[in-house]
Design a protein around this ligand. Structure first.
Ligand code: HEC
Length: 131
């Protein structure tokens, strides 16, 4: 009975290796996709009880530092590939967001209004966020 058990051991090792390779590939893909999620977390989400930067920016209460984070984040979005939806729509939406954040940075008069229009969670999610 020695031979079959060796085969089983070999099969198990092969299985582990293959499993490991698949896990590693999934992690690599996750990393690539996560650019958008990271921006969402930094700019649009906040710990409980705190306002996210996007809310503060819309109210004209974001600090210079926070506005810088928005500009940097939205720059990432403009170059990222959306997981869903067509590229032209993504380019338009993220371009508007970036322009609005840059307008906030410059302290332009209608910047908060522009920004609130651009940061339309639902419009973008329904077009570009996978279910
Ligand atoms: C320009 C488009 C766009 C706008 C505007 C936008 N989002 Fe998103 N958001 C996305 C996309 C695309 C995803 C999905 C990313 C993925 O799954 O790879 C996403 C995912 C998320 C996630 C999930 C992140 C995670 O950890 O999985 C949250 C939370 C989120 N958005 C919050 C918001 C909020 C709140 C707003 C409005 C204040 C907003 N987003 C505005 C494009 C947008």
């Amino acid at each position: 009975m020695k031979r079959p058990s060796r085969v089983i051991v070999a099969t198990c090792i092969a299985g582990l290796l293959a499993g490991g390779a698949i896990t590693m590939r999934l992690q690599a893909e996750d990393k690539k996709e996560n650019a958008i999620e990271k921006v969402m977390k930094t700019c649009h989400k906040a710990p409980k009880g705190e306002d996210p930067i996007c809310k503060k920016a819309g109210d004209g209460k974001a600090t210079t530092e926070e506005i810088k984070k928005l500009v940097a984040g939205y720059k990432v979005l403009t170059t990222a590939k959306p997981p869903k939806g067509d590229a032209a729509s993504w380019k338009e939406k993220t371009g508007k967001l970036l322009a609005a954040a840059e307008s906030l940075e410059k302290g332009e008069a209608d910047a908060t209004k522009k920004y609130k229009e651009a940061v339309n969670c639902k419009a973008c999610h329904s077009a570009h966020k996978p279910d």
